[in-house]
Design a protein around this ligand. Structure first.
Ligand code: PEP
Length: 262
């Protein structure tokens, strides 16, 4: 049984006061929700203030990236220890915007995620194909290669301490969501790769969908057997829409029996 998981990637938006007011709205809107793991990932500058505003809530804090070393002369970078220090439990790694604009490779993502796990941060690792790759009929091949490269050398135990996000690049910030069938096809493929590595414990690993998730499409996506939650960008920086996405994931997840009855 996999508990539903909804994470908001705020990207490079929100001043500190704006971040605090957004999280206060979200907190008030989801405080009765028990069966969904809820995470917000503000920009680095707002992490401390948002952490304070989340005290004693049912929402966890995540960062949008980190470096693969713990400390040293790496100007501009943030270490896993610093993220722990500021209250983070999660960290997004290998987001397509990092891969596309900052040249992040599967090799670097692999190093980062191993360091994150070592320091008890839970990585949310993103993989997904571009439109050109999908149009060329290469979506599965690309995702298979990213899976191999990003998760190289991971033990079964390490796999159980991370979350995977399938994010087709053509659906990120474009308003064009993958259909539930397209999402399920790729999530099923990713789960089959996991099964090869993990055997039956594969059922414990959560695979999120990301790409223009909105209140209107969360339920149909969550109805798919291998969609365990969502990584939400644009709709996560509007309080009411994020609240509705959290609630929408819960309703459908309950119906499909993905959530434990705790
Ligand atoms: C994202 O940034 O991970 C994302 C999925 O963005 P959006 O929801 O805006 O497509």
């Amino acid at each position: 049984m996999r508990k539903a998981f909804i994470a908001g990637n705020w990207k490079m938006y929100k001043s500190i006061p704006e971040a605090v007011s957004l999280v206060q709205v979200i907190r008030a809107g989801v405080h009765t929700v028990q069966d969904v793991d809820i995470v917000v990932c503000p920009p680095f500058t707002a992490l401390a203030a948002v952490n304070e505003a989340l005290k004693d809530s049912n929402i966890d804090l995540g960062a949008q990236d980190m470096y693969s070393e713990t400390e040293g002369a790496f100007t501009g970078e943030i270490s896993p220890l610093m993220l722990k220090d500021v209250g983070c439990r999660y960290v997004i790694l290998g987001h397509s915007e990092r891969r596309q604009y900052f040249g992040e490779t599967d090799g670097l993502v692999n190093k980062k995620l191993k360091t994150a796990i070592k320091f008890n941060l839970i990585p949310i690792v993103c993989i997904g194909e571009t439109l050109a790759e999908r149009d060329a009929g290469k979506a599965k091949e690309v995702v298979a290669n990213q899976f191999e490269g990003s998760f190289q050398g991971l033990t079964a135990e390490e796999f159980e301490r991370l979350i995977i996000a399938y994010e087709p690049v053509w659906a990120i910030g474009t308003g064009r969501t993958a259909t539930p069938q397209q999402a399920q096809e790729m999530h099923g493929l990713i789960r089959s790769f996991l099964k090869d590595r993990l055997g039956d414990t594969v059922e414990r690993v959560r695979i999120l969908y990301g790409g223009s998730v909105k209140p209107e499409n969360i339920s149909e996506l969550m109805a798919e057997p291998d969609v365990d939650g969502a990584l939400v960008g644009g709709a996560s920086i509007k309080g009411e829409s994020f609240i509705q996405i959290v609630r929408g994931s819960l309703l459908e997840a309950k119906g499909s029996g993905k959530v434990s009855s705790s």
